[in-house]
Write a protein that binds this ligand. Structure first.
Ligand SMILES: Cc1ncc(COP(=O)(O)O)c(C=O)c1O
Length: 357
């Protein structure tokens, strides 16, 4: 049976990327060696890094005064590293869920944190708006897409202080104005690569604002100045990231993927809104196009386990909601084909026929 992969992360990657990665594991660039057993200090791997850099810049229109670098350790490592590097006195954070909270907790180790806005009062079902940003903060930190709750910023904020964004779960899903951000970072294991690598896009002048003497590996300067090669970078996930970027360019780049993502999300949200069995869990204007959360409608709550089983029987994978929200979450990352969303919608309709007379 065909599987429809709605996993929240690690998650679906394009089939051709997986096939290319499989080939490279067996024989990397005709070298007779596996990608898994080459040195990172080779011309071939330099080329991978250079191509990844060029593609990332081209697809996301990253200005020249930004550096891109990669680390192992995931987005969670950036939670404390961002603060270690840039939090001298006080930083502002917006609390939009679990990942923001984790970032806030780590930042507090390094200085004062002012939570400028929070959506915790309504279990993170919306994106706070219209909050004031004091001009004396070291930076403002946001989480642009809240993977667990399914809320997403739709616009790039204007911030009087350097804006730093965790874009783990919506990077490259839509166009962003990179010049509005001092730094964008995230784990790559949703829209870009398998687990094992995190990316950072940092404006060069931020590297002159590092506020303390840091261990070498914690300082962003180390990674930016050594092209992610100060130590051994995660060779395999970076290769896959490069292949995913190639795929993204080949299908038409950021505007085309955004068009597809909006189309997929609309299909599913329309069904959630139409089908009497289900309802969405977040404010409509803040609905994520990546992580689509929904629950059984009032009166039908007890059908949730049955729907999960039914959907599983139709090949749906990974649609159980996060335990903090319950219900269902369909993660519709870049590589998820429209057919998978159509299959989920068909499944919801069939379930409706079984239960609504
Ligand atoms: C928005 C967001 N930030 C951070 C993380 C944590 O990423 P990592 O597991 O790479 O540390 C996740 C993981 O799902 C996430 O969705």
């Amino acid at each position: 049976m065909k599987k429809h992969n709605f996993n929240a992360g690690p998650s679906i990657l394009p089939q051709e990327v997986i096939e290319n990665a499989a080939k490279a594991i067996l024989d990397f660039n005709g070298s007779g060696l596996s990608l898994l057993s080459i040195s990172h200090r080779t011309k071939d791997f330099d080329d991978v890094m250079a191509e990844a850099d060029a593609l990332f810049r081209e697809i996301l229109a990253i200005p020249d005064n930004y550096k891109i670098f990669y680390i192992g350790g995931g987005a969670s490592t950036f939670f404390y590293e961002v603060a270690a590097n840039f939090l001298g006195r006080k930083a502002g954070y917006v609390n939009t869920g679990v990942w923001s909270k984790k970032a806030i907790k780590e930042a507090k180790r390094f200085g004062e944190v002012e939570v400028l806005a929070s959506s915790e009062d309504r279990n993170f079902t919306y994106i706070p708006k219209g909050f004031a940003v004091p001009a004396d903060l070291d930076y403002l930190h946001i989480t642009t897409n809240n993977t667990i709750y399914g809320t997403e910023y739709k616009e790039d904020l204007d911030s009087p202080v350097p804006l730093i964004a965790d874009m783990s779960s919506d990077i490259l899903s839509r166009r962003v104005d990179v010049s509005k951000y001092a730094m964008i970072y995230g784990g790559a294991q949703k829209n870009l690569a398998p687990a094992g690598v995190a990316f950072a896009i940092v404006r060069e002048d931020m590297l002159d604002r590092i506020v303390r003497d840091l261990p070498t590996m914690v300082s962003f300067r180390t990674h930016a100045e050594n092209n992610s090669m100060f130590n051994t970078p995660p060779v395999f996930p970076i290769y896959v990231l490069k292949e995913t970027l190639k795929w993204l360019k080949s299908i038409g780049g950021i505007d085309e993927i955004h068009r597809r993502n909006v189309e997929k999300a609309a299909l599913l949200y329309d069904e959630i809104d139409r089908n009497p069995l289900f309802r969405g869990t977040v404010e409509k204007e803040d609905r994520s196009i990546m992580n689509i959360c929904f629950v059984m409608n009032e009166g039908y709550e007890e059908l949730a386990p049955e729907f999960l089983e039914f959907a599983k029987g139709k090949g749906m994978v990974g649609i159980k909601g996060h335990r903090l929200v319950g219900g269902f979450r369909a993660s519709c990352y870049n590589a998820l084909p429209k057919e998978s969303v159509e299959a989920l919608v068909a499944c919801m309709r069939e379930f409706e026929k079984m239960h609504v007379k």
